[in-house]
Design a protein around this ligand. Structure first.
Ligand code: PMP
Length: 357
């Protein structure tokens, strides 16, 4: 059976050695006589898995000691509600920088809880550099989507929010490039792009932001519940956490976050160069704001785009169709996408263009 090159925005490609390891260990996990899916979440082998996963994430991202790592469910979308429910007391508000569709969704949920001020872009793909003066001094936090999965943009410089905690939705680029965790109050990410399978959501939270939720906050929506119980208050998504742990081991074996960044910069440069040199394909994002992970492009002609997608699929390039709100194509080049996948895609694009004279 031939594996295809999977350019999906998520759930996305996983490293092949991880899938093989899952296969090897599926029926009998480390002499337990059962699969990880069948293990009690209170058992020693599972406790080891979750502790190792936490430890690896701390190591890979150099997470400072005054931060907690928790594993939750509900995807990044549940975080859109959890953040304001935990951090906005009566009459409090927050600033949200809106850089794309996912930021808008975060705003929509936060508005149900508190007084939200939005900062919008003047140009759709141009993310400015923000300084403390841009934010309301009474704001409880500033929220950003650090990589915009649909628009294919990212912050080239994170906002300086002064004393206000900065919160980032890093769903579509966590572990893809180096970050300084200490400049964020809270980082969150759904796993299904760079961390593992869907079903688990990771948050990295500064101690000072834990325990702030009002008494009315539901137990399962309160970060403190996850911190106090080491993410084992109730049954966590055990299998997803296990695969996530294997992905983190793979990242470590392959040069850590630095290794991933180098590999991602090479892959992205290959595809952006191909687009920029082409007279058929276009990408609208100014160079400094271009995402390393999600690269939208199109010919500007719906029929030609459809032809391209059909031909690409026949060659084993899957899920290249752009998001339904944007159209065209989008190649997601997460950590697990091999360089060969991008090289083959670029060869196919060049051939497609030259065949059309
Ligand atoms: N934020 C971003 C940046 C995303 O890319 C996505 C998913 N594509 C989400 C949030 C929503 O994630 P989930 O489906 O895990 O709720």
């Amino acid at each position: 059976m031939k594996r295809v090159y999977n350019f999906s925005a998520g759930p996305a490609v996983l490293p092949e050695p991880v899938l093989k390891k899952v296969q090897d260990e599926l029926l009998n996990y480390r002499e337990t006589g059962m699969s990880v899916m069948e293990l009690s979440h209170r058992s020693a082998p599972f406790q080891n898995i979750i502790e190792e996963a936490q430890g690896l994430l701390r190591e890979l991202l150099s997470i400072p000691d005054d931060y907690r790592v928790v594993f939750m469910q509900g995807g990044a979308s549940l975080q859109f509600s959890m953040i304001p429910l935990n951090l906005l007391g009566e009459g409090q508000g927050a600033d949200y920088i809106v850089t794309g569709s996912w930021s808008k969704k975060a705003v929509k949920e936060a508005e149900k809880v508190g007084d939200i001020r939005t900062l919008s872009l003047k140009e759709p793909f141009e993310i400015p550099v923000y300084t403390p003066e841009d934010f309301s001094p009474e704001s409880s936090y500033v929220h950003i989507t650090s990589n915009n999965t649909i628009e294919g943009t990212r912050f080239h410089k994170y906002p300086d929010t002064g004393r206000i905690p900065l919160i980032a939705d890093m769903s579509s680029h966590i572990l893809s490039e180096k970050i300084d965790v200490s400049s964020f109050g809270l980082i969150y990410a759904g796993a299904q792009k760079n961390l593992g399978p869907s079903g688990v959501t990771v948050a990295i939270i500064r101690d000072s932001l834990i325990g702030k939720a009002p008494d009315t906050c539901p137990t399962m929506m309160n970060y403190e519940t996850y911190v106090k119980h080491d993410s084992l208050f109730n049954t966590p998504p055990t299998f997803s956490i296990y695969v996530l742990k294997l992905v983190l081991e793979w990242v470590k074996e392959n040069g850590g976050v630095e290794g991933m960044q180098e590999h991602n910069e090479r892959k992205a440069a290959l595809l952006y160069n191909c687009i920029d040199e082409s007279s058929l394909f276009h990408n609208p994002v100014p160079e400094k704001n271009r995402s390393l992970m999600n690269i939208p492009f199109s010919t500007g002609n719906d029929e030609l785009d459809a032809d391209f997608l059909k031909g690409a699929k026949a060659e084993g390039f899957e899920f290249l169709k752009g998001h339904r709100s944007v159209g065209g194509m989008r190649a997601s080049l997460y950590n697990a996408m091999p360089l060969e996948g991008v090289k083959s895609l670029v060869d196919f694009m060049k051939k497609f263009e030259s065949d059309r004279g």
